[in-house]
Design a protein around this ligand. Structure first.
Ligand SMILES: Nc1ncnc2c1ncn2[C@@H]1O[C@H](COP(=O)(O)OP(=O)(O)OP(=O)(O)O)[C@@H](O)[C@H]1O
Ligand SMILES: [Mg+2]
Length: 250
C-alpha cells in the first residue's frame, strides 16, 4: 500500500532546531494525528511534507520515492494537499471560483474544474455558499471551503493545519464528521494537526506527539491519553489555550 513518509527529518532555522529527526507515516484511508504545544514544530513538518520547506536533513518519500527538491505545486500535483493555519482563501473570489482556480492550476480544463468544484461543494454540503465572496465568510465556513479547495483533483493525502481552531464544540463536531468522511469515502490519508486534543483522540488511528521539535510519544489514542510524557509536555507550557488539552488528557 502507498504511504507518505517523513524520514528522520530535521529542520534548523539559524541555530534553532525546529525539527529533530522526525519520522512519521500517513496511510491512505487513515487519519493520523500530530499534536504538541505551541512552537513544537507541527507546521514546519507540514511545510516539509508539502515542499514549502527544505529539510536540513532527512527526506520525504511518497510510495518509497523521494520528493526531494520538488516545489509546492509539484508536490500538490503528486496528490499531497494541505490547508493552512488561518484559511488563506482567495478572499476576493467567490467560493466556487476558489475551487475552480485551484482545479485549473492543477491542469484541469475550465469546464471540468467548474464541474468538480460544484460537485465538491455539494459533497461537503456547502453548495449554498458557492456565490459568496470568500473574504466575507465566517471562519467556520471558510475552513470548510479551504478543505474543499484542498480536495480538488482528488489528492491521495490531505494535511490539515488546525482546522478546528476557534470553533465551538458543536462546530468542531461537524468538522470531525467531515474529516472522517474524507478518510472513509474518499480514501484519503489525513494528517490532522490540532490543539483540540479531544477531537484528535476521537478521530485518529495513530497519533504522534511533538515537543520542541522531537517526537516524544506516539501510539493509539488510548496510549496517548495515558502518557505521562504527553501530559508533562503540555503542563510545561500550560497557557490558557492548552488547558482544554489537559482536560482531554484526564
Ligand atoms: N521561517 C522560520 N524562521 C525561523 N524560525 C521559524 C520559522 N518557522 C518556524 N520557526 C520556529 O520554529 C519553531 C516551530 O514552529 P512551528 O510553526 O512549526 O510550530 P507549531 O507546532 O506549528 O506551533 P503552533 O501550534 O503555534 O502553530 C518555533 O520556534 C518557530 O518560532
Ligand atoms: Mg502551527
Amino acid at each position: 500500500m502507498g504511504q507518505l513518509s517523513a524520514k528522520n527529518v530535521s529542520v534548523a532555522f539559524a541555530g534553532l532546531k525546529a525539527l529533530s529527526s522526525v519520522t512519521l507515516d500517513i496511510t491512505p484511508g487513515h487519519i493520523s494525528g500530530l499534536i504538541g504545544p505551541n512552537g513544537a514544530g507541527k507546521t514546519t513538518l507540514v511545510n516539509v511534507l508539502t515542499g514549502f520547506q527544505m529539510p536540513t536533513e532527512g527526506a520525504v518519500e511518497l510510495d518509497g520515492h523521494s520528493l526531494d527538491r520538488l516545489k509546492p505545486h509539484q508536490v500538490r500535483r503528486r496528490g499531497i494537499a494541505r490547508t493552512f493555519q488561518g484559511g488563506r482563501l482567495f478572499r476576493d473570489l467567490a467560493v466556487i471560483d476558489n475551487l475552480e482556480v485551484t482545479g485549473v492550476g492543477l491542469g484541469m480544463s475550465r469546464r471540468s474544474a467548474v464541474a468538480e468544484a460544484a460537485a465538491m461543494l455539494d459533497w461537503i454540503g456547502i453548495s449554498a455558499l458557492g456565490d459568496r465572496i470568500a473574504g466575507t465568510l465566517p471562519y467556520t465556513d471558510e475552513r470548510r471551503v479551504a478543505i474543499g479547495r484542498a480536495l480538488m483533483g482528488q489528492p491521495a493525502y490531505i494535511l490539515l493545519d488546525e482546522p478546528a481552531a476557534g470553533m465551538s464544540s458543536h462546530e468542531a463536531g461537524d468538522l470531525s464528521a467531515l474529516i472522517r468522511r474524507i478518510a472513509r469515502e474518499r480514501g484519503c490519508g489525513v494528517l490532522l494537526i490540532e490543539h483540540n486534543v479531544g477531537l484528535v483522540l476521537g478521530l485518529c488511528d495513530h497519533i504522534v506527539v511533538l515537543d520542541s521539535g522531537a517526537v516524544i510519544e506516539e501510539g493509539t489514542p488510548a496510549a496517548i491519553r495515558d502518557s505521562e510524557k504527553v501530559r508533562h509536555a503540555y503542563m510545561g507550557t500550560a497557557v490558557d489555550t492548552d488547558l482544554p488539552v489537559l482536560e482531554a488528557l484526564q
